[in-house]
Design a binder for this molecule. Structure first.
Ligand code: HEC
Ligand code: HEC
Length: 289
């Protein structure tokens, strides 16, 4: 009874201070942002969902892991990132989850390797990182053991010092916002940039023909999406560019291969502002051969 009374008194104090209504709103806004980033813009599920035959996500197993990547001469398996305490990340602290997503290391200090977009995620803004953690906390636990860790030969080159702080791109600068989406959140440029020898995207040659992705669809190269008029998308309309991103269809009507088309239904849910920012950024890329 005493405990209950104390709670009522504490609540009354909150209301008096005006924070009782402000707090839940701020929390749900952050969660909404995190869900939008995780489910739509960053599409964590494109890698972390459990997939059945024909690359169809298994119902009820969102983010439960198990997708095998056997590309570029290395093998990795996407871990279970649901809130299950034993087979997922339910036992990790918020800080440990944040360190995995942005700093690229696990609670035991082991580095996280590709294809987790470790380098790109180092640029996730502080508030968005908090939002992603808030969202991950709400992912229903699914028991599904995925034990294997990536054996990526260049791992040490990617593991940098912890990221101190990253500001958000200014609202009034669509190119900067589009760059943040394309480079950091949606990691478009990991695939769509010339590749350096150690298996990293070359930040000097963004938009150039990029990664070759192998799978049941064969081998397909991420195409030139710089502003080059012939080789790139310089002559495409905004509508055609968005057609590739949100419908998985090229300017000539050709259906794009799964690494691109598979994410299109998800990216179709991006806000119109974010879609416009993405186009503005792509148009700003200098022509690449
Ligand atoms: C392109 C595929 C891909 C995308 C996109 C991706 N991940 Fe990953 N992620 C992986 C792989 C593969 C690993 C394991 C790498 C290894 O074994 O070193 C991993 C590891 C992790 C881990 C460490 C888990 C553990 O048990 O060690 C966390 C946490 C994580 N990812 C969260 C996320 C979140 C959150 C997002 C979206 C914001 C995301 N990932 C997007 C592929 C991806
Ligand atoms: C996992 C790697 C990968 C990611 C991430 C990715 N793409 Fe692609 N993209 C591809 C591949 C591969 C193709 C070529 C598919 C084909 O030719 O069938 C492609 C094709 C395209 C095309 C069509 C080009 C043409 O000439 O038809 C555009 C535009 C495009 N991507 C933009 C983007 C944008 C913008 C993002 C981020 C929002 C993105 N891509 C993320 C791999 C990727």
């Amino acid at each position: 009874m005493l405990v209950r009374l104390q709670a009522v008194v504490a609540l009354a104090a909150c209301i008096a201070a005006g924070s009782a209504s402000a707090q839940p709103t701020a929390g749900s806004e952050l969660l909404g942002r995190g869900r939008y980033l995780g489910e739509v813009v960053a599409a964590c599920g494109a890698c972390h969902n459990t997939f059945g035959p024909g690359m169809q996500p298994v119902p009820g197993m969102a983010l439960a892991g198990g997708r095998v990547f056997a590309e570029r001469g290395f093998r990795a398996v996407a871990p279970n990132i649901t809130q299950d305490r034993e087979t997922g990340i339910g036992g990790w602290t918020d800080a440990q989850i944040a360190a995995a997503v942005r700093d690229g290391h696990r609670p035991d200090g082991a580095p996280i390797g590709p294809p987790m977009p470790v380098e790109s995620y180092r640029g996730i803004a502080d508030r968005d990182l908090g939002a992603l953690v808030a969202w991950l906390r709400t992912v229903p636990p699914v028991r599904h053991a995925v034990a294997e860790r990536s054996r990526y030969p260049f791992m040490p080159a990617l593991a940098g010092p912890p990221v101190a702080s990253v500001p958000e791109p200014p609202d009034e600068d669509p190119v900067a916002r589009g760059r943040y989406i394309a480079v950091n959140l949606a990691h478009c440029m990991d695939c769509h940039s010339a590749q350096l020898a150690e298996g990293r995207a070359d930040p000097q040659r963004r938009g150039a023909p990029g990664l070759v992705l192998e799978g049941p669809w064969g081998a397909v190269q991420a195409r030139n999406i710089s502003s080059h008029p012939e080789n790139g998308i310089g002559r495409w309309t905004d509508e055609q560019i968005l057609g590739a991103i949100t419908r998985g269809v090229s300017a000539d009507g050709r259906r794009l291969a799964p690494p691109m088309a598979g994410r299109a239904p998800v990216w179709a849910r991006m806000t119109p502002e974010d879609q416009r920012a993405l186009v503005a950024y792509l148009r700003s890329l200098p022509p690449q051969e």
